[in-house]
Design a binder for this molecule. Structure first.
Ligand code: GCU
Length: 598
């Protein structure tokens, strides 16, 4: 009987258990950081979670037990365990853990003074991949998914004075996971983004959306939702620079909408104008910096604020320059976005998962539009309900966190997924969910080139009806074909929509040179860029590109020693920050494009 129970338990899909709804704009709230040193215990056999019969142990490591006498057997001790600075990935913080996939326990002591009439949440920017959170020895929440934030109500559990928080992080890959077990990026494990204790009033503004009404330039629409269904609550909105000061009362759901006449200066890459917006209720003032713009398509054109634009992009993984671990801070992000700006970019594709919130906010300040994506990548288990629930939750959390970030112009629901009815159904559901949740942005996904003959390439995908931009990855001259083939290649993209080349590129080891005919040399990569850009620039509807990729990044699939050494070398900047020749080829092309659109 027991075996059957264990078997059924193992079949339960890995989905998000009950978690509290996301608090909008967490950095504007009253918070205490838990960043800094945490003790950690590496637990490859999950000895801290299961007993020797694989039952969940009620006295696991989350109890943070101490030996009470000389004969008291306690086979773990956080107090004598090593420290790790959080946020971080354990792979680059402890050499023994570079390749590690499994469980690591983290513990931090903190003192706290709960405020009367306030609620307390613990907020995680991201934990990769499976997080179980305990406070003072009791489980308070859990979360699946390595790149989206979550917050847990700990009001009833946090104490006056000394507390301790324990997090069990497991970064093992799962076939039914999102992403699945195969991906071309390092499976960095850990508490990879910021941790905060957040105080909010008993009844508070949990969520809001503020943007231009779709298709209009003289009407600002605001939606505000309280954490409780309380009617008659007076919510105030102020946008001082627009001389807007409005107030309205919530309905029986704790919900209120604003519709305000205003003609704000429009946000654009040339003028990344942001307005201070202040929402007030119940003693809490929430400040946000919000830009106003319209993004849409018309036939084969992409329009920003009604003007045709070309997306001068680059793809970026969330990997910190120089130290190579997971990027998480504004400093990390400014280096990456600074290189994108130097390249002449007005667009970045944040691959293949939602990046940290600072990255999106910095891009917005710098006038860089953003493609944000969930890791529905390659061979996802399309027929598993738990997989779909996980993907939709990650999509929901991605949109909830960043829906007030005008820099985000594209929500992407997938990358390079194999065609099948099940995949079409799965992605159609996701696309419709995204469109219903946010009709103010473009929906896309990175498709694949479907047909190649001697000198013709095609892109045909059933999902064409559900996306606003036909985006696809093309590796002609790298994964098949030669640079000569690029020169004679024609394209068939049979849809009356703009097309966007979400990836092209070639590997190059920085400092390796040739006459341009040898792969892995900078010159080969540069020639491929030159010919590929020339090729697509001739095709009607070419509306932009985000070549693969800004910086070399760690990948467990790139094993050619002395060339790759566990790095994907398609960066146009090396992993130690040195620009390759292709950087200047792309920079020159973008200069020409910028002049064309002036
Ligand atoms: C694919 C994939 C990337 C990968 C790249 C490559 O297009 O989307 O994640 O890194 O190709 O092979 O380098």
């Amino acid at each position: 009987m027991k075996k059957a129970i264990i078997l059924i338990a193992l079949l339960i899909p890995l989905t998000n258990f009950a978690q509290d709804k996301l608090i909008q704009n967490i950095y504007a709230r009253n918070y205490q950081t838990l960043n800094g040193s945490w003790q950690y215990i590496v637990d490859p056999f999950d000895n801290g979670y299961y007993d020797y019969r694989l039952n969940e142990n009620p006295n696991g490591f989350f109890k943070n037990k101490k030996a009470q006498s000389k004969t008291d057997l306690v086979e773990y001790n956080f107090d004598t365990s090593p420290l790790m600075v959080i946020p971080s990935d354990w792979n680059t913080r402890d050499a023994k853990l570079f390749f590690y996939e499994g469980s690591v326990w983290f513990k931090k002591d903190f003192t706290y003074s709960p405020k009367k009439g306030f609620k307390t949440y613990v907020y995680f920017g991201a934990v990769n991949y499976d997080a179980k959170v305990y406070l003072n020895g009791e489980k308070v929440g859990e979360h699946i998914g390595g790149f989206t934030p979550f917050n847990i109500d700990i009001t009833e559990k946090v104490k006056e004075g000394n507390n301790f928080i324990v997090v069990r992080v497991n970064n093992e890959r799962h076939p039914e996971g999102v992403p699945t077990i195969n991906a071309d990026w390092w499976n960095y494990g850990g508490i990879t983004r910021e941790v905060m204790l957040v105080d909010v009033p008993e009844v508070f503004i949990r969520d809001y959306t503020i943007r231009l009404e779709k298709g209009k330039y003289n009407k600002i629409k605001g939606k505000v939702l309280l954490n409780k269904a309380v009617a008659g609550q007076n919510i105030a909105i102020n946008i001082p620079e627009l001389k807007i000061s409005d107030a309205a009362s919530t309905d029986e759901n704790g919900f209120v909408t604003f519709s305000i006449n205003a003609k704000p200066e429009l946000w654009s890459p040339e003028n990344p104008k942001l307005y201070d917006v202040i929402l007030s209720y119940n003693g809490e003032e929430i400040n946000d910096q919000i830009g106003f713009r319209q993004i849409e398509t018309r036939g084969k054109e992409i329009l920003l604020n009604g003007e045709k634009i070309f997306l001068r992009g680059i793809s970026i993984h969330e990997e910190a320059p120089f130290r190579h671990g997971r990027a998480w801070s504004t400093d990390d992000d400014k280096v990456l976005l600074g290189w994108a700006k130097e390249l002449g970019c007005n667009f970045v594709r944040l691959a293949h998962y939602p990046h940290n919130e600072h990255m999106v906010r910095e891009a917005e300040k710098m006038g860089i539009m953003v493609w944000s994506e969930i890791p529905v990548y390659w061979t996802i288990h399309w027929e598993n309900p738990g997989t779909y629930a996980n993907a939709q939750t990650q999509l929901d959390d991605m949109i909830n966190r960043d829906k007030n970030r005008c820099a985000i112009t594209v929500w992407s629901i997938a990358n390079e997924t194999p065609h099948s009815d099940a995949r079409d159904q799965f992605l159609t559901r996701l696309a419709e969910y995204a469109r219903k949740k946010d009709d103010s942005r473009l929906i896309s996904m990175a498709m694949e080139v479907t047909g190649q003959s001697k000198n013709l390439s095609k892109v045909e995908d059933n999902m064409n009806k559900y996306v606003d931009i036909i985006s696809f990855n093309s590796y002609l001259g790298w994964y098949g074909g030669s640079i000569e083939d690029i020169k004679t290649r024609n394209w068939e993209i049979p849809y009356d929509k703009p097309f966007f080349v979400s990836e092209f590129g070639a590997g190059a080891l920085q400092g390796k040179h040739s006459d341009g005919t040898e792969i892995w040399s900078e010159e080969y990569q540069a020639r491929l860029y030159e010919e590929t850009l020339k090729m697509f620039d001739k095709v009607e509807g070419f509306s932009g590109t985000s070549p693969w990729i800004l910086v070399d990044f760690h990948s467990p699939r790139r094993l050619l020693n002395n060339i790759q050494d566990y790095y994907n070398r398609k960066g146009i900047i090396s992993d130690n920050g040195i620009k390759k020749e292709a950087f200047y080829v792309l920079q020159k092309f973008y200069q020409q494009k910028e002049n064309e659109f002036k």
